[in-house]
Design a protein around this ligand. Structure first.
Ligand SMILES: C[S@@+](CC[C@H](N)C(=O)[O-])C[C@H]1O[C@@H](n2cnc3c(N)ncnc32)[C@H](O)[C@@H]1O
Length: 279
């Protein structure tokens, strides 16, 4: 079956604009939700010298982008990391970062590390249940990618097959309250109350699951699939996972003190973070 997935990250204008975002340029430390997501990843893992050890972990990163997480996991001791993305440009950039790192490591006399691979794959139609990958990972990770996928039930089933017993899925998506509004949103509205202006998030159509076509980074026609929080969770349970972590992410008051420009982001959650285990 031909995939219906959109590959907007291979659009040259979009790819260049995406490259200017802080999280593209500086990686995980510039992603404000990373501390909570990282906590879900390292939950119950042994800490060696106060750093988490992913020793022995076989990890699959779905929609890896530039590969920031995949490199962090490798550098945190993972035995093996496979990172996949639909975008040729993203995978080329991720491989280029690896080449640059290996060049500087060999310059410093340390050996290159070969337990990280990048592949072009479409997770809308990916098969992880065949004999090559069935039960072969103990952590599947995905950051800000599942909201591009229409058939999430199928993807969860494939991930469930790819995990060994006790293996975990950790992922983030744009929060459904953020992704729900139909055009011309999402954008803030102002409500006047007496002499006060109050910022309002124009939430509508929350219960109408389906594609939303938005503009982002100066590019029109970006498709994201809106589904409710209930669907994200119920499909997981139906696929045989147990929910182990859940976070409606919005910046904390401490975050806002450091970044006053994020003040409005506390009015509604921005990301949904979930962890689940295959028992
Ligand atoms: C917002 S970026 C996130 C990248 C990375 N995970 C991160 O957090 O920095 C979304 C990524 O998902 C990828 N993507 C979107 N749809 C996909 C699909 N059907 N299959 C695989 N990757 C996909 C995009 O190419 C892009 O690299």
């Amino acid at each position: 079956m031909a995939s219906k997935a959109q590959n907007i990250y291979d659009d040259s204008a979009f790819f260049s604009a995406y490259g200017t975002l802080p999280r593209s340029q500086h990686g995980l430390t510039a992603a404000p939700e990373w501390p909570e997501l990282r906590q879900m990843v390292i939950d119950k893992l042994p800490l060696s010298d106060s750093a988490p050890s992913l020793e022995g972990h076989r990890i699959l990163d779905l929609g890896c982008g530039y590969g920031w997480f995949a490199r962090w996991a490798r550098d945190s001791g993972a035995a093996y990391v496979k990172a996949v993305d639909i975008s040729h440009k993203m995978i080329c950039q991720a491989k280029q970062f690896e080449t640059d790192i290996n060049d500087s490591r060999s310059h410093l006399g340390s050996s290159s590390v070969e337990n990280l691979t990048f592949e072009i794959r479409d997770i809308e139609s990916i098969t992880l249940s065949d004999h090559r990958e069935r039960g072969s990972y103990n952590l599947v990770y995905s950051s800000l990618t599942f909201h591009y996928v229409e058939d999430l039930a199928r993807l969860y089933r494939e991930i469930h097959s790819a995990l060994e017993q006790g293996g975990r899925l950790v992922f983030s998506v744009e929060h459904p309250i953020y992704s729900a509004p139909i055009r011309p949103g999402p954008s803030w509205k102002t409500l006047q109350e007496g002499d006060q202006d109050r910022k309002i998030w124009p939430l509508n159509c929350y219960s109408d699951e389906g594609w939303r076509v938005t503009s982002w980074l100066g590019v029109d026609g970006i498709r994201k699939y809106h589904r409710t929080v209930e669907t994200y969770v119920n499909l997981l349970l139906e696929s045989g996972f147990t929910l182990t972590g859940f976070k409606d992410w919005a910046p904390s008051t401490e975050d806002v003190a450091k970044h006053p420009e994020w003040t409005d982001e506390r009015h509604r959650p921005y990301f949904l973070l979930i962890s689940a285990t295959k028992y």
